[in-house]
Design a protein around this ligand. Structure first.
Ligand code: NAP
Length: 262
């Protein structure tokens, strides 16, 4: 199936590795031109070069810290200067630290707010004047929007805000033909998940391998997902093939979430 992404311009935040990289790679594999960003310039440049070498699609890399409004604007402007009007925007960032909400300080709450919620607000605001009619925005949240995850309380609270934002923006931007959707990772095998497994192992006196096996055993498909599988779902939602889908959330979780409500 041709997703209709050939030649389109896609911006993917936080994409030097993990979920963002998987999405950037999938979009480039469909023929899109992709602007990547992450805080570490050398790593995001290397990621972009690798994607171009693998797919033949043009890529652009820039250093950007999505918690910094000036940095977000500069990334979007540089991507637009490079590639023209935007067809797809992926809102992604690193994750807040694992801790118990009862122990979180004001500074940790503020940092999580800037990283997860305000970064999304600022990316949308900076990109809006440059979005083509028919463009698509995709947020990346977490299964915590339905099933709070112990120790990831900050993430759980902030992602609930993103979840609401997607529904409101889907209404507000529909008259311009702009779609806004949300993609929910269950447990996708990335550096962050491996770090979380190591932390959980330390806390429980087990090994990261045992923690991983325990997670896998609770997934109906009996394994973690891959960034490529996550990227494929993102490419679909961002493409003209999903032209009647807006305000929606799609789970990519191997069946792990138990709720039946969406
Ligand atoms: P990851 O493997 O650690 O990759 C994070 C990426 O984000 C890197 O490219 C990193 O590069 C970049 N990044 C981090 N902070 C940034 C910032 N302030 N500004 C710009 N770029 C930044 O993490 P991941 O697993 O892909 O997770 C991505 C998001 O999905 C996180 O919010 C995570 O909590 C969420 N999530 C993931 C899963 C999963 O199964 N993997 C499940 C639920 C939710 P630099 O460090 O160079 O900036």
């Amino acid at each position: 199936m041709d997703l209709g992404l050939t030649g389109k311009l896609a911006l993917v935040a936080a994409s030097s590795k993990g979920l963002g990289y998987g999405i950037a790679r999938a979009l480039a594999g469909e023929g899109a031109r992709v602007a990547l960003c992450a805080r570490t310039h050398d790593e995001v440049q290397a990621a972009a070069d690798r994607i171009t070498a693998e797919t033949g699609s043009l890529t652009h890399a820039a250093a950007c810290d999505v918690t910094d409004p000036t940095s977000v604007s500069a990334w979007i402007e540089s991507a637009v200067t490079w590639g023209g009007a935007i067809d797809a925007l992926v809102i992604n960032a690193g994750g807040p630290p694992a801790l118990q909400l009862k122990d979180a300080t004001d500074a940790q709450w503020q940092a999580a707010f800037d990283l997860t919620l305000m970064s999304a607000v600022r990316m949308v605001r900076a990109a809006l004047p440059h979005l083509n009619p028919g463009a698509a925005i995709l947020t990346i949240t977490s299964s915590s929007v339905r099933e709070p995850i112990p120790t990831l309380g900050l993430s759980t609270v902030m992602r609930a805000g993103i979840f609401g934002m997607v529904k409101v923006l889907a209404d507000e931007l529909a008259p311009q033909g702009i779609r806004v959707n949300n993609l929910i990772p269950g447990r996708i095998d990335t550096d962050r998940v491996q770090q979380l497994d190591s932390l959980a192992a330390q806390r429980s006196g087990t090994t990261p391998e045992q923690v991983r096996a325990s997670h896998e055993s609770r997934v109906p498909l009996k394994r973690l997902g891959t960034p490529d599988e996550f990227g494929a779902a993102a490419a679909f939602l961002l493409s003209p093939a999903a032209s009647y889908i807006t305000g929606a959330s799609l789970r990519v979780d191997g069946g792990a979430m138990r709720s039946v409500d969406f």
